[in-house]
Design a protein around this ligand. Structure first.
Ligand code: PGA
Length: 263
């Protein structure tokens, strides 16, 4: 199915376990200054940063009044309770978050999060008024054994089968092949496009073409200022979830500018 209208572009910076509150506020202020200096670019692309929990409040103050949005990297499915070390959606919303990552591969593969946990976290985010950025992606072994499509369909279906079309439309998907994250091995634009088409077709089937067609599908995995434009040249790629390259404001902004300039 061809789509004539381009969806809003979105560039998200996942800081992972980097930056103290003071360092995060400084980085956020640099991002805000670059956004202000590039008004045309800033109006064409949505930008968000995802600092670690302790830096959220400081970054919220640093970006107040700017167009830059705030997200967290994880949440617990329950709104409160005896869950030592966990953080809930209402707590994140209270410190200014409007977005939250769910199912990042470092949580699926490093912390044992299953499809069912990712689905529960997605529903919790929506319940708590946060836009979930649902991360999916195959490992190298899965790609090499030609199971990429099967994995993507399974991961997307596990989350979206439990959502209404309206709920789905309030989410963002990030395709993050595990072998490309933090490795410097970016997926080729052809590999990204192929995966994004599988994700989009699955969304169309599970939540309907109207909601599916309105949702942004980002690419993530070793995106930087040099390779972003080639990815954004394809209308299937609505933006990027950026890890390492989001820790330098100038490099991060080059990616946002490439998204804004994409055809
Ligand atoms: P990377 O990380 O850009 O450092 O590869 C992407 C991510 O994990 O979201």
């Amino acid at each position: 199915m061809s789509r004539v209208t381009r969806r809003p572009r979105f560039v998200a910076g996942n800081w992972k376990m980097h930056r103290t509150p003071a360092e995060g506020a400084a980085l956020a202020r640099e991002c805000v200054a670059l956004a202000a200096a590039d008004a045309a670019g800033a109006t064409r692309v949505q930008v968000a940063v995802f600092p670690p929990f302790p830096a959220l409040s400081a970054v919220a103050s640093a970006i107040a009044g700017s167009g830059v949005r705030l997200g967290a990297q994880n949440l617990h499915p329950e709104p409160q309770g005896a869950f030592t070390g966990e953080v809930s959606g209402p707590m994140l919303a209270a410190v200014g978050c409007s977005l939250v990552l769910v199912g990042h591969s470092e949580r699926r593969h490093g912390m044992g999060e299953t499809d069912a946990v990712v689905a529960a976290k997605t529903r919790a985010a929506l319940r708590d008024g946060l836009t979930p950025v649902v991360c999916v992606g195959e490992t190298l072994a899965e790609r090499e054994s030609e199971r990429t499509a099967e994995v993507l369909v399974r991961q997307v279906t596990a989350v979206y089968a439990g959502l209404s079309a309206a709920q789905a439309a309030d989410t963002v998907v990030a395709y993050e092949p595990v072998w490309a994250i933090g490795t410097g091995k970016v997926a080729s634009p052809e590999q990204a496009v192929e995966a994004h088409r599988i994700i989009r077709a699955t969304l169309d089937q599970v939540v309907g073409a109207e909601a599916g067609g309105s949702m942004a599908v980002l690419y993530g995995g070793s995106v930087n200022g040099d390779n972003a434009a080639a990815l954004f040249a394809h209308s299937e790629v609505d933006g990027a979830l950026v890890g390492g390259a989001s820790l330098q404001a100038a490099g991060f902004w080059r990616i946002a500018a490439a998204a804004a300039a994409a055809p």
